[in-house]
Design a binder for this molecule. Structure first.
Ligand code: CTP
Ligand code: MG
Length: 180
């Protein structure tokens, strides 16, 4: 299989936990702000009401769960991959937990940056809104998974596309206020 295709499958597998972790929080309708309503030295909210403890905890657990299920399938998937001359990164439940948590920390960093730029909760910040959680997972991923250039590029491309589609669906289903 061509390299860019094998990299695609690796990226897809890597993204399972981060995606699950990032997609779940809007469903839990959390109320307790992670920043406890506190303001930063610039007088603006530290993170804002869009980042809640319920979202952080439920998202991390859901990401870990999905990553663990993917881990159960790793031997089977890797066997198929090996037939095509590549291997799927091994992401254990512990690693899935770290990647999920990192995704949500990345998402929080995105909100932190938006607040510093004076943007209200939910204001669109193209690219940052879509990739913050992926960058978070990638950052931790470098230490615990064999990250390749292909995973980075495919990860970013897939994330931009899937995030857009998912948010439009979420908006239509009235789970999310804004379609971004
Ligand atoms: N969410 C949450 N806790 C988190 C992350 C997300 O409760 N740690 C929920 C919030 O209801 C949030 C929704 O998921 O509104 C969508 O997340 P996101 O788009 O990241 O937040 P925004 O509301 O757009 O806020 P921000 O401008 O800070 O990105
Ligand atoms: Mg948003």
């Amino acid at each position: 299989m061509a390299d860019f295709l094998t990299e695609f499958w690796k990226a897809l597998y890597f993204l399972i936990s981060p995606y699950a972790a990032n997609a779940f929080p809007p469903l839990v309708k959390g109320k307790r702000a992670i920043d406890f309503g506190k303001k930063f030295i610039d007088g603006k909210r530290l993170l804002g009401d869009g980042k809640t403890w319920e979202g952080l905890i439920a998202g991390t657990l859901f990401g870990t769960l999905c990553g663990s299920i993917a881990w159960l399938f790793h031997p089977k998937l890797n066997k198929i991959a090996l037939d095509y001359g590549f291997s799927i990164p091994l992401i254990t439940p512990e690693k899935a937990f770290l990647l999920s948590l990192a995704a949500l920390l990345g998402d929080m960093s995105g909100s932190f940056i938006k607040r510093r730029l004076g943007m209200e909760r939910g204001a669109p910040a193209p690219v940052l809104d879509q990739l913050d959680f992926f960058f978070g997972s990638l950052l931790i991923g470098f230490f615990i998974v064999k990250i390749t250039i292909g995973i980075i590029i495919w990860g970013a491309v897939l994330t931009l596309i899937i995030h857009r589609i998912a948010n439009i669906i979420g908006h239509l289903l009235k789970i999310k206020k804004e379609p971004w």
